[in-house]
Design a protein around this ligand. Structure first.
Ligand code: AMP
Length: 289
């Protein structure tokens, strides 16, 4: 059985004792409603460290829309069972009051990387993410923390944060885990009705359409964006939020392809789309084979 802690001080005491005993710790931060994507991160964490901590916290600071926060799924009993089945050592499920007690007044902000895409679409979102990630790392003091490529901008922002603040934690990325039809697993998928779930295939299709166009030597960034946009616009139940083609390192939008862009790892494409009040995001390497 995993040990559960509901406040930062308690998990910190466990972490200090674990470190003193010479054991290494890997953290998988989540908002719960665990799916196969989370479980893959947990399994990868197992390979990296002696003890695995999974945090489950629906962080109010990173939600702009009240409805999204209120409707975020919270199947805690299922999540605890899944953690037990995976051999997780510690489940950290802090209360909001223990994370943000009266008088809480600190914001951790990363500039630059947070401006485009999710930062532009969800004002304040990344301040909430970087503040809570800093607190989760301070409470659990892991040697490594695992993040999914599915939230590529978040991953880049967290890397910047931990480097800039000398937090001494290894940030490990994990590839996006997908359903058989290509849809990236997400806790929000369970809020889609059947028709919306079928429609949501247009998100990975848009990425694939962009990548197909990109493989032609004469294609422009505008051609790629147009192809991805069309894949979303062709789906009546989807509303496009954005398509972005961006530098994989600094996350800046790219206006035109330079010669050295056309290889794996340099340029990515991201899509955000809404299905009624459920918003999905996904991204991919534009030139990976
Ligand atoms: P969340 O609970 O959505 O905040 O996600 C917790 C962690 O799991 C984040 O690092 C996500 O990037 C990662 N994650 C979520 N969905 C997937 C997926 N389909 N594949 C890989 N990682 C994922």
């Amino acid at each position: 059985m995993a040990t559960a802690f509901d406040n930062p001080a308690a998990v910190r005491a466990w972490s200090d004792a674990t470190r003193s005993a010479g054991r290494t710790i890997a953290l998988v931060p989540t908002m719960g409603a665990l799916h196969r994507g989370h479980l893959e991160l947990i399994r990868a964490a197992r390979q990296l460290a002696d003890a695995v901590v999974v945090s489950i916290f629906v962080n109010p600071l990173q939600f702009g829309e009240r409805g999204d926060f209120d409707h975020y799924p919270r199947p805690l009993d299922d999540d605890l069972r899944a953690c037990d089945a995976e051999g997780v050592d510690v489940v950290f499920v802090p209360t909001a009051a223990s994370m943000y007690p009266d008088g809480f007044a600190t914001t951790v902000r990363v500039s630059g990387l947070t401006e485009a895409m999710e930062g532009a679409a969800r004002p304040g979102h990344f301040d909430g993410v970087t503040t809570v990630v800093t607190k989760l790392l301070a409470a659990t003091r892991p040697h490594a923390a695992l993040f999914g490529e599915k939230d590529y901008q978040q991953l880049a922002v967290v890397r910047r944060l931990t480097a800039d603040l000398d937090l001494g934690v290894d940030i490990v990325e994990h590839p996006t885990v997908r359903e058989s039809d290509g849809l990236a697993l997400s806790s929000r998928n369970r809020r889609l009705d059947d028709a919306q779930r079928r429609a949501a295939r247009c998100v990975p299709k848009a990425l694939a359409a962009g990548r197909d166009v990109a493989t032609s030597d004469r294609s422009s960034v505008a051609d790629v964006i147009e192809a991805a946009t069309r894949a979303i616009d062709d789906e009546p139940l989807a509303d496009l939020d954005y398509v972005a083609v961006f530098d994989a390192g600094n996350l800046r939008p790219i206006d035109r392809f330079e010669i050295d862009h056309r290889r794996a790892g340099r340029v990515r494409i991201a899509v955000a789309a809404r299905f009624s009040d459920v918003r999905l995001i996904d991204n991919a390497d534009l030139f990976a084979h």
